[in-house]
Design a protein around this ligand. Structure first.
Ligand SMILES: NC(=O)C1=CN([C@@H]2O[C@H](COP(=O)(O)OP(=O)(O)OC[C@H]3O[C@@H](n4cnc5c(N)ncnc54)[C@H](OP(=O)(O)O)[C@@H]3O)[C@@H](O)[C@H]2O)C=CC1
Ligand SMILES: O=C(O)[C@@H]1CCC=N1
Length: 269
């Protein structure tokens, strides 16, 4: 069933959510309202998605909303916004996408006992049908109130809150690692003498094909590498260079740094 939505903060992530939720009819433009402090952003969201949008937070907008989406940054005045939501007396489910900010912090800022909170970490792959949102609920929140909306912009893993920061650095920043790999690989193709267009097309084929192989065979990558490397041949020569490099540690360090940064952001660091 279509939900009416009040989104607070209309930046990149909220836009990606609204676009997918509208397309999948979990929300409709005439019952979606967005507040963002930037007038340009408000104009853009109105013109592009035909939603109602404003630069001022309005407590009255909470009355007609089935769901509130809190989409400002950890560095923004989220606690003040939460206080106003709590003070409204409305107890509409609050879905927070703010990286690092915990259910306890939100609960304290709301200053309203037993407020239903759904803390999620979505990603920007919302248009693709791929990508996993991590979601943790407090004891007052009902999964059914949010489930259809959450599934309209990605697959959903309901997880213990302790895992949300790991999902943020690993699952949600996930596309970053892939984009970087793609960039490094396509530059190698160009370095080897292919045109940019050829290099891009081949890398995309290989990325999608390799992902499909992992999915349909269920094999460990070591087994698939064995198929791709003949004895004393080309593949194993490339493998030796990768093994001698910081490739694996570089990726792993980046993920661990992203997880650490998520936790720091929640602490206001
Ligand atoms: N981008 C991503 O991949 C993901 C982001 N997130 C989370 O989503 C949130 C938003 O991130 P993202 O979309 O990338 O950031 P953006 O900077 O694109 O969006 C934040 C928006 O909120 C606006 N804003 C700031 N303060 C207020 C306020 N008091 N009232 C209304 N609007 C306000 C900002 O305006 P202005 O720019 O003028 O300050 C901006 O338009 C963050 O908490 C982030 O952790 C979670 C998962 C993934
Ligand atoms: O960069 C960020 O802070 C957001 C949260 C996770 C991914 N993007």
């Amino acid at each position: 069933m279509t939900k009416s939505l009040y989104a607070i903060g209309g930046g990149q992530m909220v836009e990606a959510i609204i676009r997918a939720a509208l397309k999948n009819q979990a929300i409709s433009a005439d019952t979606t309202k967005v507040v963002d402090i930037s007038p340009e952003r408000v104009r853009y969201l109105k013109d592009t998605y035909h939603v109602t949008a404003d630069t001022e937070f309005q407590t009255e907008a909470l009355v007609n909303a089935d769901i509130i989406l809190l989409g400002v940054r950890p560095q923004d005045k989220w606690a003040e916004l939460a206080r106003q939501i709590g003070a409204s007396g409305q107890k509409k489910p609050l879905i927070s996408i703010i990286a690092g900010v915990t259910i306890k912090q939100l609960q304290d800022a709301l200053e309203a006992a037993d407020y239903p909170i759904v803390r999620i970490i979505p990603n920007t792959l919302t248009d693709t049908g791929f990508g996993v949102t991590g979601a943790a609920l407090n004891a007052t929140a009902n999964q059914e109130d949010a489930d259809e909306f959450l599934k309209s912009f990605g697959k959903v893993d309901y997880i213990p809150e302790e895992q949300i920061d790991i999902y943020t650095g690993y699952a949600v920043c996930g596309p970053n690692y892939i984009y970087n790999f793609y960039l490094a690989l396509t530059n190698a193709g160009v370095l080897g003498g292919l045109s940019r267009a050829q290099a891009n097309q081949i890398a995309l084929e290989n990325l999608q094909g390799a992902a499909k192989m992992l999915e349909i065979t269920g094999k460990h990558p070591y087994e698939l590498l064995d198929i791709n490397n003949s004895a004393g041949g080309v593949g194993i020569t490339a493998q030796h260079e990768l093994d001698a490099s910081d490739f694996a540690a570089g990726v792993q360090n980046a993920v661990l740094a992203a997880i650490k940064r998520t936790t720091e952001l929640g602490k206001g660091e």
